[in-house]
Design a protein around this ligand. Sequence first.
Ligand code: 5AD
Ligand code: SF4
Length: 438
Amino acid sequence: MGEPKKLYIKTYGCQMNVYDSERMVEALGGNGYVEVATPDEADMILLNTCHIREKAAEKVYSELGRFRDLKVAKPDLKIGVAGCVAQAEGAEIIARQPMVDLVVGPQSYHRLPEMEARAGSEKVIDTEFPEEDKFERLKARPKAKRGPSAFLTVQEGCDKFCAFCVVPYTRGAEVSRPAARVLEEARDLVERGVREITLLGQNVNAYHGAGAEGDWGLAQLIWALNDIDGLERIRFTTSHPNDMGDDLIAAHGDCAKLMPYLHLPVQSGSDRILKRMNRSHTAESYLRLIERIRAARPDILISGDFIVGFPEETEVDFQATLDLVESVGYGQAYSFKYSPRPGTPAAERPQVDPAEAAERLHRLQALITAQQRAAQDAMVGREVGVLFERAGRMPGQMTGKSDHLHAVHVQAPPEVLGQLHRVRITASGPNSLAGALI
Ligand code: 5AD
Ligand code: SF4
């Protein structure tokens, strides 16, 4: 083979896209590609896209527009669109941006090498939901060394059909990977230097993969991962309140490697809106659930997602959301203005005035920011584990993540990179903690 070809891949959206992008880089390695950091020198540009909100989807088209000059200067440059926008819009992308050569949906990534070979001489589109196991066919070829923290997709798709959400349409029905496959991939990651694994799924706590005797739930999978020597931390995201089983709650208390952090979106604090969202839980049932989780693991840090300005949301509904946030005390939370997604039930309903929604978002975010800061400040004086991931910005400084997922800066020798150490937290800044090695 001659000179390696250069691949520039840009990832939007959730952590599952980050995982998918890594797999696509590996798969295209077999076609002679190496990854590069900028589009200017690339032989192929791949955008791994997100469709969750309109803003995320529109970004893709403006980004494609920026590549026009590159394509004119280098006509054999291949441009591909992957991810959920590819799945949702398919051939429409090429109709809007004819310079796009390839459109590939998330269920077809294992076909990417073959598609890449054809792209350029023809337009190539694949947004099928095929039967074969894409994960098996995407297995990493080279045993490249890895950073200390890795994502591992165990479940994909969603059957919940929240009224606002495109995921059931773009990622399809819920599918879990067999437990043996997950454990094999985890052991391989650990051999390559990984110390922390975050299990990914759109509905990860609904995991039910084929195991040794019947299906395994997520808790069983976590306990099996707990036995892998060299693996030091386990996390999982994103969970649905209705799938938070007793065994998983108990694991938060009993499983030493399972970190004290849980992302558990509630979306709204108003039962009227939750019902219209098709969430099938209430504010009260969510609060009781949080109580049970905290009983199992008192220092757990709770994170969430919120949508404001959902169709028909009134000031009274919104106040119920603020009340719920007050009751829970989030360590971290993400909040979004409702964005109507074509094809979802809520897109057809009477919309809230955008200025009103923006104002509510502002109020919610102020409350959440204050809670986040309080949770972070409360760490000062405590001893935590820190997994060091990179050199810090200051000389002699190393940076990592605490058990509770806070960024922590520490004066430490470079050898700590990739290692887990005990750290005493000494100060809390706007976005991170400072600490000292114990
Ligand atoms: N508009 C705004 N936010 C949305 N989310 C999902 N769909 C929409 C939408 N149409 C948010 C939810 C979800 C997170 C990943 O994105 O809060 O939990
Ligand atoms: Fe979307 Fe999550 Fe609801 Fe599934 S559970 S429809 S992924 S918001």
